[in-house]
Write a protein that binds this ligand. Structure first.
Ligand SMILES: [Zn+2]
Length: 705
């Protein structure tokens, strides 16, 4: 018997199994398995396309046997399994039905490769179990809903990679019964969510709800009927933590959310980025006398008690308690040294420990950090919870930064690394620390298409089950093969180029900064923080890009404009040349994929859309440098660029619309705040800059004649 790390090429399994041994003798060919035998009294697990074809027609050549087995050979976790492939048969043993299900997923992936590469699976024995017991991803429907069948398909995709939980952030997209005002007109019904929850459970995925509570509550407090529950009468962000009505409303929403996810383990109660509490006449005395930490913990205790009474484990974003103890900055600021962090924690720990009896013990404290997460203070926070017997999970992010088209990746311009490299880093830290699990968040603030999250979701599946095995480059290779049945080297390179073009689109027509910068978007309230929401956000959070748009070429004084924007035009030129490569590569990936082709269709639509920005700038440059004769053709090129944009925009909406709703119903009560995607009730929030800039251009063309 040969012990090896990996099966020989071309076989790839995501997540990489813990241990693989090659055996003597022959394995199985694609099509070699015919029947299924179940031993141990369990029902047939849900299977993939290939294994679903097996019939339970008695033992013959080419049998897959599934067996519940308590022997020492089987990994202790109910999600663990042993898969043996030998002499034309396969056998999966496990202590639990989840393990049998995961063994089948592994076998399905191997059979796919055997089919796609026309190569038999070698005789082998795979012994496998997860490093983290909770491996969750985040569905955030704050500013959009996907079609329900897209959620069903997403569950199939996640189950393949052994993700076992979804934290579904309902916001106002659940049709609440007990507080019906909160549910938006397009909300999903409780019955429909319960059906989705059941479907997921059959695939060993538990859907648990996230209902934001104390802060982040504009979706509730925007309604006048709840105004009396606000901490400050003119601020829609936060509830008053000492008003009993707060708990009546929240508990009603929790009850509905639990009805929508019957039997699920968790209730995520949010609790991050609160601010502006401890200020009302009810709260101020407590805040002054006992402090803000105690006031925050009062709310936390109440909601955790509710969760306990209702058989749920509460999950809580932990930033506010760390903030009130004075240690929060050490968890994210990469410039804070180990020595400095030690010092801050010395004082902070005293505050935390004074309040330790108020920390709910049934709660999971979710340490969120969307960078590499190796800041000394971040590690100290994880250690502090564990030292005090408090349960902790980590939250990383596939999308947190200001990106509307393609989420961040590691080659990004900012100091903190994001994307798959950050996911790998924090999730692997979580496995080293032995935390309860991980959540891969996918924030909807700028509402990118959910399809753009898959590489990150699947990376979190890889590294939470099987940390430290694959490099990111090896992961990308396996990801393309498993998810699409294609192969290309250095996929990160292609992705970075797409992302670079997206970054250019974000800033192409603005004097400085990006359309995603709060400073550019929110002139009336620069530096706006979540909790500084004004009463009439329609007015004071209004985006006014007209003040920062670049001017157009002065045709009476040609050549100046091209000098002013020389660097930008050089970049536009580079992106437009890169586009030749990126658009062709995306087309090839689409044409060669044998599954999930929509992914590349969407990527192409985004890429064709974002390249219209450099194209327009290049056409304007032509006008700026043209003589009288060639000015006509320059102007014609500008018009062509505008019409290219119109077509790409129509195509983008059409492509988005295949899996998501692209507009809210007319009677939707707007939930405006600084989130870019909350500015309009349809996708046009994305193109507010173009709306203005193109209008200026049409006027400018008219004047040029
Ligand atoms: Zn209050």
């Amino acid at each position: 018997m040969l012990v090896t790390e990996l099966l020989p090429s071309p076989f790839q399994i995501i997540p990489q199994p813990q241990k693989t041994e090659l055996l003597r003798g022959k394995g199985i060919e694609y099509g070699g398995l015919n029947c299924l035998v179940l031993e141990g009294g369990m029902s047939r697990p849900v299977m993939g396309e290939i294994l679903s074809l097996l019939t339970e027609s008695g033992k013959s050549k080419g049998t897959l046997t599934l067996k519940l087995d308590n022997s020492a050979e089987v990994p202790g976790s109910v999600e663990g399994y042993v898969l043996t492939i030998s002499n034309g048969d396969a056998k999966i043993i496990s202590k639990g039905e989840a393990g049998l299900f995961y063994g089948c997923q592994t076998l399905e992936q191997l059979l796919e490769d055997a089919r796609d590469f026309n190569t038999p699976i070698p005789a082998c024995k795979i012994t496998d179990s997860p490093a983290l017991s909770c491996r969750a991803v985040h569905f955030d429907v704050k500013h959009h809903l996907d079609h329900i069948n897209y959620y069903y398909e997403s569950i199939n995709r996640l189950a393949r990679y052994k993700i076992n939980a979804i934290i579904f952030e309902f916001e106002d997209k659940l049709r609440y019964q007990r507080q019906p005002l909160v549910g938006a007109p397009q909300a999903v019904s409780i019955d429909e969510m319960a059906a989705l929850t059941q479907y997921a459970r059959e695939r060993h995925i538990e859907i648990s709800p996230l209902i934001q509570g104390l802060g982040h509550a504009t979706f509730i407090l925007k309604h006048q009927e709840y105004q009396h529950l606000r901490e400050l009468p003119d601020n829609r962000w936060a509830f008053c933590p000492l008003h009993e009505g707060t708990y009546q409303v929240l508990f009603d929403l929790y009850r509905d959310a639990m009805d929508a996810t019957p039997g699920s383990p968790y209730l995520h109660i949010g609790g991050d980025e609160i601010g502006n509490i401890g200020l009302c006449p009810r709260c101020k005395p407590t805040a002054d006398k006992e402090g803000m930490l105690i006031l925050n913990l009062y709310w936390l205790k109440r909601v955790c008690e509710f969760a306990e009474e209702n058989g749920r484990i509460p999950i809580f974003w932990d930033d506010m308690i760390l903030k009130e103890a004075g240690v929060y900055e050490t968890t994210y600021n990469e410039k804070i040294s180990r020595e400095k962090a030690d010092k801050v924690w010395e004082t902070g720990e005293v505050k935390l420990e004074e309040a330790i009896s108020d920390f709910p013990k049934n709660c999971i404290y979710m340490r969120w950090n969307y960078t590499m997460a190796r800041q000394p203070g971040n590690i100290m926070a994880l250690d502090w919870y564990q030292k005090h017997g408090l349960k902790v999970m980590v939250a990383t992010a596939v999308q947190s930064g200001p990106a509307a088209l393609f989420p961040f990746d590691q080659r990004v311009e900012n100091v903190s690394s994001q994307g798959t490299i950050a996911i790998k880093s924090f999730v692997e830290l979580a496995t080293e620390k032995g935390t309860e699990g991980m959540l891969c968040t996918a924030w909807d603030d700028r509402s990118p298409h959910m399809e753009t999250y898959w590489r990150g979701f699947i990376a979190s599946a890889e590294f939470s089950w099987s940390p430290g095995k694959r490099t990111l480059e090896e992961f990308d290779f396996a990801y393309l093969q498993k998810e699409y049945g294609v192969s290309m080297p250095k996929y990160a390179d292609l992705y970075s180029r797409l992302r670079d073009a997206a970054v250019f689109w974000e800033k192409a027509f603005l004097k400085k900064g990006s359309r995603m910068d709060r400073e550019n978007a929110l002139f009336t309230m620069p530096g706006l923080e979540h909790w500084l929401l004004p009463e009439n956000p329609d007015e004071s959070v209004k985006i006014d890009f007209s003040k920062v748009l670049i001017e157009l070429p002065d045709l009476q004084n040609q050549g100046q404009w091209s000098v002013t924007y020389a660097q930008r035009l050089a970049e536009a030129d580079a992106i437009s040349r890169e586009y030749q490569y990126t658009s062709k590569t995306l087309k090839d990936l689409h044409n060669h994929s044998n599954r999930n082709r929509y992914h590349w269709e969407l990527f192409s639509a985004i890429n064709d859309f974002q390249v219209t920005a450099p194209h327009l700038l290049i056409a304007l440059e032509q006008c700026d440098t043209a003589d009288k004769v060639s000015l006509e053709s320059g102007l014609a090129n500008v018009k062509a660029a505008l019409s290219e944009f119109d077509q790409a925009w129509v195509k983008l909406k059409e492509t988005y619309g295949k899996t998501r709703f692209i507009a809210s119903p007319e009677n939707y009560v707007p939930d405006r705040y600084f989130h870019f995607a909350s500015q309009r009730e349809d996708l046009t929030w994305m193109i507010q800059v173009e709306e203005l800039f193109h209008k200026n251009i049409i006027q400018w063309i008219a004047n040029a004649k």
